[in-house]
Design a protein around this ligand. Structure first.
Ligand SMILES: Cc1cc2nc3c(=O)[nH]c(=O)nc-3n(C[C@H](O)[C@H](O)[C@H](O)COP(=O)(O)OP(=O)(O)OC[C@H]3O[C@@H](n4cnc5c(N)ncnc54)[C@H](O)[C@@H]3O)c2cc1C
Length: 307
């Protein structure tokens, strides 16, 4: 549910509200706001995820119609979506700047979407094939530089992704504390052992550090959060959630590894964060570029003008 909200609110709806023409906004936004429409976003292709300049999906505009051809993969909820927000070349324009955006409505002729992969987090991800899929030309809402425009919306999504990771880490800490109080070893609760208390302390410190970064990124929104702040929050919260949920599994001993205890699911669930919505490697590229290329050594960090 949280992952669905992340996509719907964080990116898909933002793209429509920022870039779609007025008639399409009027047509779709009320249904989205009422919760009647599910939206999917389609970037990743079988041979290129991070590597946007090598996306192959193409949309040819022919008079009043647009014809989409290509393949997308690892897509959330594409099999049940009412609108597919597809990042595509327009009229074969090359490179990253040639990527625009077309919206495909459910029932449009020429596309198929099937749940192909089952994830360790428990959801399905879809493969989508466009084979001469025909939509009205007005559905091509961005004709070029779509990725650049999309990335502004992604800074919001990056904060929501971080929030999910923060929530999973908090849940894992609470489960760990409960277990430390209930489980006894050598005649006393395991929470009495220093080894367990230090784990609780480290989990707590990491969670609050993540919360600090995330809240700072969130309040920078105008309307979208500062890209560097959002990237730093996402990197930290993604990796923090993996560490904290893993420690919670450890606190549970062998029971932490079985499906009957929630920490096992939280550990598997936390793994998604650093993969979608900008991998932690590409986000480190963004932060590193900002720090190395833009810091004025006379004033240091304040010169980077974080909001
Ligand atoms: C749960 C989940 C839901 C998803 N939902 C969607 C969705 O709804 N829509 C959608 O379009 N996609 C979705 N994805 C796919 C996701 O966006 C991609 O997996 C992600 O963008 C990475 O692309 P890739 O898998 O092709 O990896 P690649 O791009 O092949 O990268 C492989 C590795 O190389 C690293 N790498 C690549 N380039 C660089 C570089 N320049 N510097 C350093 N390291 C680099 C990456 O960080 C990664 O570690 C989802 C993925 C998951 C896990």
């Amino acid at each position: 549910t949280a992952l669905a909200a992340l996509g719907e609110i964080g990116v898909q709806t933002r793209i429509i509200s920022e870039y779609a023409p007025e008639p399409l906004k009027k047509k779709w936004l009320p249904k989205i706001a009422a919760g009647d429409f599910i939206l999917a976003i389609l970037l990743t292709e079988p041979d290129a995820g991070t590597d946007v300049p090598n996306y192959r999906t193409n949309t040819e505009i022919k008079g009043a119609r647009a014809i989409v051809n290509g393949q997308k993969t690892l897509i959330s909820r594409a099999d049940i979506a009412d609108l597919l927000i597809v990042f595509t070349r327009v009229n074969g324009a090359p490179g990253a700047a040639g990527i625009g955006c077309v919206i495909v409505e459910k029932g449009s002729p020429g596309y198929s979407a099937q749940g192909k992969y089952h994830t360790m987090g428990g959801e399905h991800l879809c493969e989508v094939v466009f084979d001469n899929c025909e939509v009205p030309a007005e559905n091509v809402i961005l004709r070029d530089n779509g990725m650049k425009k999309l990335l502004s919306a992604f800074n919001m999504q990056r904060c929501l992704n971080s929030s999910i990771c923060l929530g999973m880490a908090e849940g894992a800490l609470e489960e760990a504390v409960k277990y430390m109080r209930d489980r006894k070893a050598f005649g006393k609760p395991i929470g009495d052992f220093q080894g367990m208390r230090w784990k609780a302390a480290d989990m707590m410190i990491e969670i609050e550090a993540g919360r600090g970064l995330l809240y700072r990124a969130a309040v920078s929104g105008d309307p979208f959060p500062d890209p560097t702040m959002a990237a730093m929050a996402k990197i930290y919260c993604n990796e923090m959630a993996i560490r904290v949920t893993s420690q919670a599994v450890q606190v549970h001993g062998g029971y932490g590894y079985v499906d009957e205890f929630p920490v096992s699911r939280l550990f598997r669930g936390a793994r998604f964060g650093s993969l979608g919505g900008g991998t932690t490697e590409t986000l480190r590229n963004l932060v590193g570029r900002k720090v190395v290329e833009h810091m004025d050594l006379a004033t240091g960090i304040p010169s980077l003008n974080f909001s």
